[in-house]
Design a protein around this ligand. Structure first.
Ligand code: ADP
Ligand code: MG
Length: 474
């Protein structure tokens, strides 16, 4: 991709001046995070890391990503309602992956009891990179779809203003005026509000299920405050609070600390480490309840890497979305090569190929949150070790996407100002609400651009690798 800011990126004085303005603008706009030292207090806070300059994104690919978002919403929702597909797809994984197995057990348990929940809310974020072909053209390739706790919709609602100011300071007011408005916080709140309304109890609250360590609280507050402004009450609770204060009444209405809960919005619950037996018990209580879970456990399972890989198998989308050939074509056009490592000839063959040429692939376990994937030599070593054991099936293989890097500055508190070679990942938020069998809301809800230095293969903003960015469409 052509570098958009070639003339200023090496101008040290201009960059220094713009960076100082940028940091203060981020603080003023509320692009904030709590500090590592005081993750649960707001007395001292810092700016969330972000790029000095917006990054170039090909307009056609940006539009393609928006155009396919409703299709992905539809697909995730369809997968979450397809017991047979989830069972078959995850059968090999749950034999070796304890975390997925435990989630799956809860899923089966709530189905056996019969769902009390009748309104369903999905908030997802489909992430993409721009794969650079041999002829230099870029293609949109989905990295993954996040169906639980997809974050940074709040903070990124404020980054375009910061970048607009930076471009003005750099004498690029014409370009500044072309940055798109973007407000995922509002879009996500709209979905939550719709689900709350359909749940149908004025007294009931929206519960944000939050982590023990809450550095990223401001991102969540952006969505919370949108709800308060609609006169919807919000409470923040941890799994531990639900264990201690949660109960169901005879019709499985959920009460936490005496308050009825209409919507549970998970910003926690996707990594195994946080679950002790009490938290698993709390999770089961939530899933059994009538409250709208965002996501319900089926939708969390629909977001696993194993499901993503099976979706790419010829014929699968046709089975899941009958009567939607155009949606299927749009979805499939974003898929990178994905490969099963299940036991058998197909898995043996691709494992051997990846061992011989590891730089072509990424090895992914069933984990979320960044920093779990394996690349290059490490991929080769691990695959070599597990290639003949059932453990292999807890992973999938994916083609490695190779975007064209561009120069930028990653602004991070207490870090020196230095130019980095960077690549970006575009996320599109989607929300949908289903009542019974009827989809009553299905729309894209804004975007997130995250950028990282090419020296890091993996990792998101929360993992301390990527930073917030704004797309500049070319
Ligand atoms: P997680 O659930 O941990 O976020 P991802 O699949 O999104 O897992 O991978 C984490 C990061 O690893 C991505 O943000 C991206 O930077 C990098 N990554 C993942 N898949 C690929 C790929 N196929 N090609 C290149 N980089 C990838
Ligand atoms: Mg990711």
């Amino acid at each position: 991709m052509a570098a958009a800011w070639q003339d200023v990126v090496r101008d040290a004085a201009a960059v220094r001046e713009a960076a100082a303005v940028a940091v203060d603008a981020a603080l003023l706009a509320g692009v904030l995070m709590r500090t590592g030292e005081q993750p649960n207090a707001s007395d001292v806070v810092n700016y969330a890391p972000f790029t000095l300059l917006p990054s170039a994104v090909p307009r056609a690919l940006f539009e393609q990503a928006y155009a396919v978002q409703q299709d992905f919403n539809l697909l995730v929702d369809a997968v979450s309602q397809n017991k047979e597909f989830l069972e078959q797809t995850l059968a090999s994984t749950i034999k070796v992956d304890d975390f997925t197995a435990r989630l799956f057990r809860i899923y089966m348990q709530v189905l056996e009891e019969g769902l009390a929940q009748t309104v369903f809310l999905g908030i997802n974020r489909s992430d993409y990179m721009f794969d650079c072909g041999l002829d230099g053209t870029a293609a949109l390739r989905q990295i993954e779809i996040n169906t639980i706790a997809a974050s940074f919709g709040g903070l990124t609602s404020r980054t375009a203003d910061v970048h607009r100011l930076v471009l003005n300071v750099l004498g690029k007011s014409e370009e500044a005026s072309r940055l798109l408005p973007n407000n995922p916080a509002k879009g996500l709140a709209l979905g939550i509000a719709k689900a709350w309304e359909l749940y149908g109890s004025q007294r009931a609250v929206v519960m944000f299920l939050v982590e023990e360590i809450q550095r990223n609280i401001f991102d969540q507050r952006c969505v919370e405050n949108e709800l308060w402004n609609r006169n919807i009450r919000v409470v923040r609770k941890r799994f531990r609070d639900v264990f201690e204060q949660g109960s169901l009444d005879a019709s499985r209405r959920l009460y936490v600390d005496g308050q009825e809960v209409a919507v549970v919005y998970y910003r926690e619950g996707y990594v195994p480490q946080i679950y002790d037996e009490q938290n698993w018990e709390a999770r089961l209580l939530l899933e059994r309840s009538r409250a709208v879970k965002c996501p319900d456990i089926a939708t969390q399972l629909a977001g696993t890497k194993k499901v993503q890989q099976e979706l790419s198998r010829p014929g699968t989308l046709e089975k899941l979305l009958p009567g939607h050939p155009e949606a299927i074509a749009r979805i499939r056009a974003t898929f990178a090569g994905l490969y099963s490592l299940d036991e058998g000839e197909e898995g043996d063959r691709i494992a051997a190929t990846a061992i011989a040429d590891p730089d072509r692939f990424v090895l992914k376990p069933q984990r979320e949150g960044g920093g779990n994937n394996l690349y290059g030599e490490e991929l080769r070593e691990v695959l070599e070790k597990i290639k003949d054991s059932p453990e292999r099936t807890s992973y999938i293989l994916m083609d490695k996407i190779k975007p064209q890097p561009a120069l930028n500055y990653l602004l991070r508190a207490h870090s020196p100002l230095q130019v980095s070679e960077c690549i970006s990942e575009l996320g599109i938020f989607g929300v949908y609400v289903r009542q019974g069998r009827e989809l009553v809301l299905n729309q894209p809800a804004g975007h997130l651009l995250r950028t990282k230095a090419t020296e890091h293969a993996d990792g998101g903003v929360a993992a301390g690798v990527a930073v917030l960015d704004t797309p500049y469409l070319l």
